[in-house]
Each structure stands twice: as C-alpha cells, then as structure tokens.
Write a new protein. Sequence first.
Length: 127
Amino acid sequence: MDYNYDAAYAAASAGILTVYSIIVLAIAVLTIVASWKLFVKAGKPGWASIVPFYSQYCLFDIAWGNGWLFLLSFVPCVNFVIMIMLYLKLAKAFGKGTGFGLGLIFLNTIFMLILGFSDAQYIGPQS
C-alpha cells in the first residue's frame, strides 16, 4: 500500500474541509448580522436573531403580524409553502415587490443583508 498517497489524500481532504467550514461559518455570521439588522429595523430586539425558535416567531410576526404561525413550519409539506409565503410577505412588509421576495427565497443571506442595510423602511404586515 502506498502510504504517501494516503497522506496526500488525507491532507487534501482536510484542506477542503477547512475551507468549506470557513465558508459556511462566514455565511452563518453574515446571516445572523443581516437578521439582527432586520429585526432592529422592524422594532424587535436584535438578540432575537440568535435564539432558535424565537427568531422564527419574530420573523413571522414581522411578516405576517402573527408570530404563532411559525408553528406551521413544523408541518411536513406545509412548511415548504409557508416559508415561500413568509419571504414574499417579508418583502412586502419592507415595501419591496415580488421579485425581491423571490430573491429572499433563493439568495436569502444576500437579500436579507440588502434589507437590513439598505434604506428600506418597515411598513408592517400587508394583507
């Protein structure tokens, strides 16, 4: 057995895993920063973005006006539709259109950063 090949393979794997972990950590930090700014803009406490279930409650409260609807995200198959509706309503709550809502669905971190750091104002849940 060629031990040099095994060592090189292990080193390459460790390097790839390290880079991947750094990228994932950076995206997680950016998402938390974006959520924090978004929550503060909507009049919620910023620290709510780091509390697991409370952050979902606040996000639903910002977008729908009723935070308890976040419980629907635990229902299989319904959660997919509810999360799409959540991001579309979140865009409307900040005065943005459906295109921005689609951006929130597909490129969440980037569009949350845009909402958090832009001059978009929270106008409340839209019916």
